[in-house]
Design a protein around this ligand. Structure first.
Ligand code: ASP
Ligand code: MG
Length: 306
């Protein structure tokens, strides 16, 4: 594992004031919009028996899954709160959001992408009875509002002019036929405004139409940055979830509460998404490398002292 000289760490941190100010403003605005729209703010979980399998996912590159024992029980570190979100909106409230620390130990080869971090924060949210289009419209509305509010605070990037445009939507299969299998890396450099990508084959919890095989999911791509949000309408039917878990060789034991609720018909239709805070911040700050917006950077393959 590579380590930087300690002195570099102090210099680096001292230079972060501009970013931390911008981050505070963005977090204040975003949390206000969610509260104003009637979302309940829940706090994150870090250790749990259940977390996002992050598999299968075309964009995944996981070196190691963090699992250990406490009180004689095996727990995992949160990769995303997807399961907790679905359970919360099914059982007690219709709209939730959280700022969730996600640990995804990316392969060290991702050190120089400038887009990956092994710890990042996701503004993760879920809405009972929402359709995909409701989530897409909501996200466009709050992000455009954020850009207007930032401009009023004297923060301007020419890309923010995109608030006047319609954000185009493409099917991942069409994008793949143009840019090839590695389209995720290429797309960000081909776009001038944010674009939505739909129908991405991935984890069991995203809804897949059993007749057409199409996935009812959506990712938002930012120019120069790449995927800043991923989300979907959720799969809630027991037989469908089991079928996909078997197909993907996912261990059912790790999802017992979700499966139990599903079997009893207690999972509610819902949809949601998560916004990567560091990537959003990097785009707004005009930083090419997401590690530059973290006060204590978490670059794949690099373990700093702080
Ligand atoms: N936040 C995502 C979702 O809501 C899950 C993920 O982290 O990929 O689907
Ligand atoms: Mg996912």
């Amino acid at each position: 594992m590579e380590q930087k000289p300690l002195k570099n760490e102090y210099v680096y941190i001292k230079n972060k004031e501009r970013i931390v100010n911008l981050q505070s403003l963005i977090l204040q605005k975003l949390s206000n919009y969610f509260l104003e729209e009637g979302f309940k703010w829940i706090l994150p979980v870090i250790t749990s028996k259940v977390t996002d399998p992050l598999w299968p996912d075309p964009g995944a590159s996981i070196e190691k899954r963090l699992e250990f024992e406490i009180y004689g029980e095996k727990v995992r570190i949160t990769q995303s709160m997807i399961v907790h979100k679905i359970i919360a909106v099914s059982l007690f409230t219709d709209k939730i959001f959280t700022f969730s620390p996600n640990l995804r130990i990316e392969k060290p080869e991702r050190k120089n992408t400038g887009k990956h971090l092994y710890e990042f924060t996701q503004l993760d949210f879920e809405v009972r009875y929402a359709k995909s289009q409701d989530i897409i419209s909501f996200v466009e509305r709050i992000l455009k509002k954020l850009f207007i509010d930032l401009m009023e605070n004297g923060i301007y990037r020419k890309e923010m002019e995109c608030i006047k445009e319609k954000w185009e939507t493409y099917d991942s299969m069409d994008i793949e036929s143009i840019y090839g299998r590695e389209w995720e890396q290429i797309l960000a450099n081909k776009i001038e405004c944010p674009v939505w990508i739909k129908n991405i084959p991935r984890e069991f919890y995203d809804y897949q139409d059993p007749l057409t095989g199409k996935w009812d999911n959506y990712d938002l791509y930012l120019p120069g940055i790449g995927e800043v949000l991923s989300g979907s309408k959720r799969e809630i039917l027991y037989d469908r979830i089991i079928e996909k878990m078997v197909r993907d060789r996912i261990n059912k034991e790790n999802f017992m509460v979700l499966l139990d609720l599903s079997k009893n018909g207690e999972l509610k239709d819902c949809a949601g998404a998560g916004i990567g805070i560091e990537r959003l911040l990097a785009w707004i700050a005009g930083e090419k490398n997401v590690a530059n917006v973290q006060l204590f950077p978490r670059i794949p393959g690099v373990v700093d002292y702080l």
